[in-house]
Design a protein around this ligand. Sequence first.
Ligand code: ATP
Length: 574
Amino acid sequence: MAGKVVNALSASFSEYEFLDDADELRSVVATSNQKVPWIDPSTLKLRHRIGRGSFGDVWLATYHRSTQDYDQYFEVAIKMLHPVKQDDMKTLLDKFDDLYSKCQGVNNICSLQGVSIISGKFCIIMKFYEGSIGDKMTRLKGGKLPLPYVLRYGINLAQAVLKLHSKGILVLNLKPFNFLLDETDQAVLGDIGIPYLLLGIRLPSSDMAHRLGTPNYMAPEQWQPEIRGPISFETDSWGFACSIVEMLTGITPWNGKSADEIYDLVVRKHEKPLIPSGLPPQVEKVLLGCFEYDFRSRPLMKDILHMFSSLEIGGEDNVQWTGLESTTVSGRISNSTGYTEWFLSKDCLQVGDIVRSRKTPNSCKPENMDVPEGAVVGLPFTDRDFVLVRVHGIHDPLRVHVSTLERVTLGLAAGDWVRLKEEDKRHSPVGILHSIDRDGSVDVGFIGLETLWKGNSSQFQMAESYCVGQFVRLKSNVLSPRFDWPRKRGGVVKKYQHLEDFHWAVRPLLVALGLFTAMKVGLFVGKKIGRSKGKRHSSLIPNDIQYMDGQAAGNPAWLPPTVANILFPEGAAR
Ligand SMILES: Nc1ncnc2c1ncn2[C@@H]1O[C@H](COP(=O)(O)OP(=O)(O)OP(=O)(O)O)[C@@H](O)[C@H]1O
């Protein structure tokens, strides 16, 4: 069989060595009960390689389909993924099969023909498109597209991404070279979530940056998402905005920078790609929102689509736009509550909801308790920013601004710290509630998981919450951290210096990790306490941490010098 395939291929592809185990792999496919069509590799003739990406190569090929009456030849594009371990092949097939099923009927995504295995590599057979938006841009003067085109293509793509999101698929690799153009000049999503497909599959390169996207377009949480994440739908908002900026300016975000440099800028220094000035205010606003560091503060794809569509309604020529100016804009859009409008718009209150005053970001306790708990009893038609809340002990309902309230369902509100009743060793038992539906279904971010955990509120109990800047001490039974120190690409990060770089969900835990490590060095090693080398069961989770009372917190004597220096830098009052 292997020999036959080799003969069917052009000699110019000598770099392809056909493995003896191809039949074995094919039998894996045959037993996987898949819906995606299996394409016999002997019917595919590779012609030339179109490109080499992080996840594999794309080839132009001819697909020969033979019926009783006639032979048909089609041009196809083949995405040949990097090799995966054979035990992972079935998982990959199953995941792709699921992806394939979910993509059926979705417009503006690349048409999938089937799968095959060539040279032991998993191949996705797709319709061949003449070019991409990236190709088109390289042919244009200045490499940029006029705004009306960007809006039109943006709408095509946002519709496709939104549909994939509605089926639970993240794309994670939005960029102009992955936006293909069809015969009618409609933009088509070329990469329908390959990085997402490969999540959890062992690849030859463990470089996360290359596994989960293309560095220039990657959101902060996309780098090491099990620590900095989780990744979520809003992760695609960042990549989408990067692509829009590139289409408008002709310049790739972080152009000329290495992956390490981009990591440093985006993750550590919280820098954002530059947005050109002179854009319609709505475009500028949505782009600024997409570059919020905390993904919860970004717009969702439906918000982006809504804005793009509202601009297009009057016709492409009606778009008011002065053209790009050389200056760039930067900044953050948030209101007096400290939350962005996108954050607040993710949950709309309804009559009957139980609400309480919203905490300010990163604080443990609400600063005002105007509404310790109340029920929404009215939504005034005249002013959608306000609701009427009935609070126990107050006769008339209060008229309260919605941005100052959060919904409490079954005792839980988004942002609460929760603890799983049944522990799962793969991730921290304590997590942060991302959202809770009125029926009790929840999304929770855990350290150790790359994506949001989905379940039911009945699986949780409330956990004590921690805040940045709070003084904590580890419980005496903690011997080593459960989760590794986040690693800078190529080396371990300088722990204390970078504490603030981490995601909202992990910062407090990392503070504790830092203290713990320093204590281990300062106390355990210093005192040379010999410990049993037997198996140690330990973890570093919030109930291993004790709050310091005011007195202890003000006195750093309990801390080893390194930690004390960080918490009480030179010149700071002690
Ligand atoms: N179905 C297709 N038809 C025509 N060209 C395609 C098709 N799919 C991808 N391409 C083109 O193939 C080239 C390589 O794509 P590929 O996706 O492998 O590389 P990449 O975009 O650089 O990296 P990545 O693996 O990160 O997506 C791109 O220029 C892309 O536009």
